[in-house]
Design a protein around this ligand. Sequence first.
Ligand code: NAD
Length: 394
Amino acid sequence: MVDISHVKQIAVVGAGTMGREITEVALMAGFEKVNMIDISSEILNNARDYINKGLSKIEQKGKLPSNFTTALLMKKLNLNLDLKEAVAEADFIIEAIPEKLELKQELFEKLGHLSPSHSILATNTSTMSITKIAEKCNRPDKVVGMHFFIPVPLLRLIEIIKGKTSEETMEIAIAVGERFPSLKGKRKCVRIEKESPGFIVNRVMIPTSVYISWLLDKAMDRGIPLENIDADFAYMHQMGPCAKWDYLGLDIQMDTLKYFEKTLSPDFAPGRVLQKLVKEGNLGRKTGKGICEWTEDGKLKRKSSEKANLFDVDLYMALQLNEACRLLEEGVVKSYKEIDEAILAAFDIPGPFGPGKRNYEKWCKKLEDFVEESGKSYFLPCELMRTGKFKNMK
Ligand code: NAD
């Protein structure tokens, strides 16, 4: 096991939806100092209040690591507008700025010059190539993907992704990741050696985003209130896809789909409703309105109980199984068990292979029907799914 006792100071760049929660778990991990950087004092102050509230709730439940109190942990937090000052002595830096390649490349170029030469530079990108993000950085061997899932204090998975990353950097990133506590059990760091868009979990789930985006357009065309789609979904997850997308940020959903549109297939292009909402600045929970409406303290204003009767659970699962089979075909992952375990740790829901073993023939037909109706031929069943041969890849 690699020694990470030298990792004392953490810096998190970007204090938005993800950065503030990553900062929260970095504090809970007991590092000596955690610096949080953003471009406005207002964002930083909001993030500090959010973290304070989050830690207090965890403390009230008696779930803070022993010897820690919220007050003690908050003393270790520093808010910074000046990147140079914030990373000058940081041993481990985690980037959580928007999902735009040029922004990230520019930041990693700066971080290479401003931070100590030993410090590891991790990116929380949801989709992008780590090699590309590190392209302008003077030490790509120290750049690594570290993809968290929200809510970060709860969900156990972190995907650790290799670009031009050295073995030592991979090991330090895994050890640091495992030190971040998770309230749902032991933190799970999955090592991903072969770069591909969306790594494991987002790659498996992204076709379902295309489906949801397509359903939103269909609901609008038929005059059905959009949030009724969540009522179709109520029995599957606690949160339906409309509320979930709002919670994560519609701009992030759109950037993600656009990235897959560019890297995998034009069939991933965001639909009309999603594009319109983002253009209007209705980005979800963070702006108070997206597909649904949100209170100032981030709660859903109302839930629709009336169904849209559009959502097809078999198709939803079929899309996941097909993309997961492609990951096996491409050799990104060697066994389907790894994929199912990653999805369970990421979202606390089962992966597609359990039910997929029994249903893949029926699900192939669902995919074919979807392709016929949507014209999105990327989603035709791949060879491994069609033949059922994935069953031999446990
Ligand atoms: P966000 O828009 O909520 O937050 C981004 C923050 O970065 C903003 O506060 C912004 O002011 C700040 N920022 C922009 N440029 C900056 C700079 N140069 N220096 C410092 N701060 C800067 O975005 P987010 O949802 O937190 O996403 C951040 C990253 O995490 C993205 O790469 C995203 O793909 C990834 N991610 C997001 C989710 C999610 O569900 N939202 C999940 C996993 C990973």
